[in-house]
Each structure stands twice: as C-alpha cells, then as structure tokens.
Design a protein around this ligand. Structure first.
Ligand code: IMP
Length: 207
C-alpha cells in the first residue's frame, strides 16, 4: 500500500490520476484513513517541509502500518512569484491568512501585484515529493523536485484545478492552469512532472 500523506483533495486527485497506470497500485490518503492530524510545516524550503511531513506522519502511523512493506509519500508545493521575493513560497497554503478560500487568496495576491506589469509577473510552481518505507529508511528518504515556470495573470480565469491555478499561466499553454484539461495540466505541471520522476521507483517498489 502507498499512503499519500496529504489532506489536500486537489493534490490527491492529481496523484491518483497520474499513478493509475501502476501495477498493484493501492493508494490511500489521510482523509480516507480518517486521520485529521495536521503536520507542522515550519521549514524554509519545500524540501524541509516535505521531509517534516514525512517524519510526522511516519511517526504517527508506524504502529498501525508496517513501513517495511508499505510506502509513505509526502509532498510540499507552492507558488514562487519572483517580483515578490519568491512569496508566497512555502507559505502558499496560508498566504493572506489561514481562513481564506482559494478564490480569496487569489484575489489577495492579484491585489498585491496590481501595479506590477506583465513582463515582471514571472512565477514558478514547485513540487517536492519525499518517499520512505518499503526499503527506504526515514532517515534517508528519496527526494524528487520539479518546477514549472509561467506568469501571474491579471485576472482569474477558469474553473478546473485548485489553489492558484486560475491565476497562473504556464509558459507552454497560453491559458491559466484552471483553463486546462486535466491531462494538459498534468503534462506540464510541477506535480505532473514530479510524479513522472517517482514513477520508475514506485514501479520497482510495487513488484
Ligand atoms: P502545502 O504543500 O500543503 O503546504 O500547500 C501547497 C499550496 O500551494 C496549496 O494549498 C496551493 O495553494 C498551492 N499549490 C500547490 N500546487 C498547486 C497547483 O497545482 N495548483 C494551484 N495551487 C497549487
């Protein structure tokens, strides 16, 4: 079994649809397991946070699941806007206040950038995945990173995806991520690319 250590339904959907072709796949997430604990994310980098989440959930779950056999995956991701000194970065999920909805958060960011012209709106999404269990010790997890570059649009567009997707235009498609079909987003997204990188390892681990 693979335990995906997240409650974020946008991420869960993307992991599921990108790993579906794996043989012997049994992917469960924290929601499905009924786990409500939220791990600390106090790191300064996506890598630190991905490792922090991996350790927290490993400790929490190790008495219930045998990690000699089962696999634990954590993921930390976010949006870096270069003209804002790479904010919101590791704080992407909480930018502007814990209680904001995705839409409110997008409005908050657009407002912050209202005076920034298009040519200075460069940004990137980053995704870091950490893997332990089934032969990979928690002390030396496997870490994978992928990025996608683009710009922050002037207004929100599209209803697909989640988070900052309605205001991020990747360099590859001249549309926001939220205007893309699932398979289009997966073909270029930070998470789609990071999942491609972990797939050969998971294939070996699931034999
Ligand atoms: P965390 O990794 O749980 O700390 O949160 C990552 C946050 O970054 C999400 O809550 C979103 O706000 C944002 N984010 C990460 N990946 C994506 C994506 O694919 N589309 C839109 N927003 C994303």
């Amino acid at each position: 079994m693979i335990i995906l250590a997240t409650h974020n339904s946008g991420k869960i959907k993307e992991f599921k649809r990108n790993l579906i072709q794996l043989n012997n796949l049994n992917l469960v997430d924290l929601k499905t397991l009924g786990i409500t604990n939220v791990a600390d994310e106090s790191g300064f980098t996506f890598e630190e946070n991905a490792k922090q989440k991996l350790s927290s959930y490993f400790e929490l779950l190790k008495n219930k699941f045998d990690f000699n056999k089962n696999i634990l995956i954590s993921e930390d991701s976010g949006l870096e806007v270069f003209s804002l000194n790479r904010q919101p970065g590791v704080k992407s999920a909480r930018y502007g206040g814990e209680k904001l909805s995705d839409r409110d958060r997008n409005k908050y960011l657009l407002k912050k950038m209202v005076k920034i012209p298009l040519e200075q709106r460069k940004a990137q999404f980053v995704c870091v995945i950490a893997i332990a269990g089934s032969g990979i010790p928690l002390k030396t997890p496997k870490i994978f990173r992928a990025e996608v570059s683009g710009i922050i649009s002037l207004e929100e567009k599209g209803d697909n995806g989640f988070g900052y997707d309605p205001i991020f235009i990747s360099s590859i498609f001249q549309k926001t991520n939220a205007q893309l079909k699932d398979e289009e987003k997966d073909s270029i997204s930070h998470r789609g690319l990071a999942i491609k990188k972990i797939t050969p390892l998971l294939e070996k681990m699931l034999i």
